[in-house]
Design a protein around this ligand. Structure first.
Ligand code: ZN
Length: 415
């Protein structure tokens, strides 16, 4: 088993750091000013985005406890995270940035430790994903362990400083993407997990999919991720301002802990360190292996990555498996019922949503985005068109949700 950890650590290190080096201001090293066409497009977009966002900003701030400062460095003193790097993201959108992206980037700038509800906390901005801590009877139940060991250690250390030094009593991986498990060894060592019999919980197919995606095609995907997430761009209004799901992807040492508890049923209730969970397997939508869950006693629902403050790409640029939009919409239809009594919906990226009516609206609008995309793509393919572009249904208006692209007509195929 030790060999497995070593192989993962080595290969993930290569993958995550592939292409990383000096920060560039743009392709060829020089990012330009906004052209007249960009300025006109951004102006049009500003009118579409409007002034919505007061409620989103309140939600992004809600439960704030503390904000980290300074930097996270690795053993060689290289800077992996600079908590002040995005301080320039404030005020009105600069000419080079889409106004909707800018507004979203400001919301994602609300980083730190937050109380979600009694006994549930989130660390946001230590990496691209969130780490969630759930108070169990004997320690912290950690949900997702970020991309790399360094950021996971820093996040957990920050939480312990402010919430008390409790041990980890369980680790839950919501899905098989590296930003949710790569920092596992920063949360728990294999020796400690084995000695204290700490459950490592994951959805059906987790380990197989993590290996298939991150090792078999990992080198190519790591390279392409540089284009999708702008990993090597400088942090500036002409470089990286946000990646939608969070501020940036951290590059450090990644590894994995094989699960000791696999959720195999479509719906499976389990007690974890004294807390009752109802897990739901949702494979083949956002990730090939993924789970969501409800904690009934705390009226809290976790939508994992089925629900974010973004619309996901269905054919990921970095080369992750294509997502089934219809299946995704069906899971969200089921989520409406699963989360019907929840007072908070927290997810593995971005900030939560509170209140039953707001949660129902949030889930329903996400469902509509994926169902509409599926249905209209099928309809127009059958009508002989191709090259579909992103378009969101009117029913999704009013939520903080950055969607790249704007309504366009599809192009008719050549006969
Ligand atoms: Zn993620």
């Amino acid at each position: 088993m030790k060999t497995l950890y070593t192989i993962f650590v080595f290969l993930f290190f290569l993958i995550v750091t592939a292409g990383c080096g000096a920060k560039h201001s743009g392709i060829g090293g020089a990012a330009g000013d906004a052209t007249a066409a960009t300025l006109a497009a951004n102006k049009r977009f500003a009118r579409m985005t409007g002034s919505a966002g007061v409620q989103d900003d309140e939600e992004a701030r809600r439960g704030f406890i503390a904000r980290p400062s300074g930097k996270i460095t690795n053993a060689q003193s290289a800077v992996l995270v600079d908590f002040d790097a995005f301080a320039f993201v404030a005020g009105a959108a600069p000419p080079t940035v889409n106004p909707s992206l800018w507004r979203h980037a400001i919301l994602n700038n609300r980083i730190g430790l937050f109380k979600v509800t009694d006994g549930i906390y989130q660390l946001r901005g230590f990496d691209v994903a969130n780490m969630t801590l759930i108070a169990g009877k004997t320690g912290w139940i950690v949900v997702d362990s970020l991309t790399c060991r360094e950021t996971a250690e820093a996040a957990l250390g920050f939480a312990r400083k402010h919430l008390g030094d409790k041990p980890v009593s369980a680790l839950i991986f919501t899905h098989s993407h590296i930003d949710h498990f790569g920092g596992a060894l920063g949360v728990l060592s294999p020796e400690e997990a084995a000695a204290r019999k700490i459950p490592v919980i994951a959805p059906q197919g987790f380990l197989e999919e993590a290996v298939s995606e991150n090792i078999l095609v990992g080198t190519a995907m790591g390279r392409r991720a540089n284009y999708q997430f702008g990993i090597t761009l400088e942090r500036s209004a002409k470089g990286l301002v946000d990646v939608g799901l969070g501020k940036f992807i951290a590059s450090g040492k990644s590894g994995i802990l094989p699960p000791t508890v696999v959720i195999r049923q479509a719906e499976e209730a389990r007690v974890v360190d004294g807390v009752r969970f109802v897990f739901y397997n949702v494979p083949g939508a956002e990730a090939p292996a993924e789970l969501t869950f409800l904690i009934p006693e705390r009226k809290a629902y976790c939508g994992a990555e089925l629900l974010n403050r973004t619309m996901h790409n269905l054919l990921p640029v970095r080369g992750a498996k294509a997502r089934d939009a219809l299946r995704w919409a069906n899971y969200l239809q089921e989520a409406l019922e699963q989360a019907a009594d929840a007072e908070v919906c927290f997810n593995t990226h971005n900030h939560p949503v509170w209140g039953r009516a707001r949660i129902a609206e949030f889930i329903a609008k996400h469902r509509d985005v994926y169902k509409y995309t599926h249905d209209q793509t099928i309809r127009l393919i059958n009508a002989g068109l191709n090259a579909p572009r992103n378009r969101r249904p009117d029913s999704t208006a009013g939520f903080a949700c950055f969607v790249p692209g704007r309504p366009r007509l599809l192009r008719r195929s050549a006969p």
